[in-house]
Design a protein around this ligand. Structure first.
Ligand code: PAN
Ligand code: ZN
Length: 186
């Protein structure tokens, strides 16, 4: 029998002391994600070791659900805000919830059929990600964006489609404000 537990997730730092899965994603590994390749090269020359985001997960073997936090650092590559890779779930019947604890951001979503949507991320807002929708989070603020996520363990991540084609819409800064624009390269 799997035992119940109480798991503290720090809403400011994103730290999850009981997490048993972690990774840090260096910006250097996100080549090709940002629309301005020259700005990406400039950024890496200045900050070759910058971390874009960190993920901490709590998973119990045999359970159907797992959860954790994503902590996204603030920054931009050219006019495009720091973002996660973005993915579809391999299982088309698995959605997810993103509960923002601190910071400000945007969640970009799209379906394989070509629909798009955005959800504003801010403290206390729980984004509902329905099955079948790819999702990418973007930190549009000047502080870390911390959100807790809750997902099925067997959902699976399909990054391939977005790595090769990008997403239909981009979150960029225009006149000092976050703005959604069509991705000319999609
Ligand atoms: C999240 C994401 C996390 C990092 O846990 O995996 O925020 O984003 P990428 O995986 O797109 O780089 C989630 O959506 N899990 O399913
Ligand atoms: Zn997901």
């Amino acid at each position: 029998m799997i035992r119940p537990d109480g798991v503290f997730m720090d809403g400011r730092s994103g730290a999850v002391p009981k997490a048993n899965e972690h990774y840090s994603k260096p910006v250097a590994e996100l080549r090709g994600l940002y629309h301005d390749g020259a700005a990406f090269d400039d950024f890496l020359r200045e900050s070759p070791h910058a971390i874009g985001y960190e993920v901490a997960g709590y998973r119990q073997p045999g359970s159907d659900i797992f959860f954790g936090t994503t902590t996204m650092y603030p920054g931009k590559i050219g006019d495009e805000y720091f973002m996660t890779r973005g993915h579809y779930h391999v299982r088309d019947d698995c959605g997810e919830a993103y509960y923002t604890q601190s910071g400000t951001g945007l969640l970009l979503l799209q379906t394989r059929e070509g629909e798009t949507s955005e959800v504003e991320m801010g403290p206390g807002v729980c984004a509902f990600i329905p099955p079948g929708w790819a999702h990418r989070s973007v930190n549009t603020g000047s502080n870390p964006l911390v959100f807790a996520w809750f997902c099925q363990t067997t959902a699976g991540h399909d990054y391939g489609d977005i790595v090769t084609r990008g997403m239909r819409r981009l979150a960029v800064e225009r006149d000092g404000h976050p703005t959604i624009v069509s991705n000319p390269a999609f």
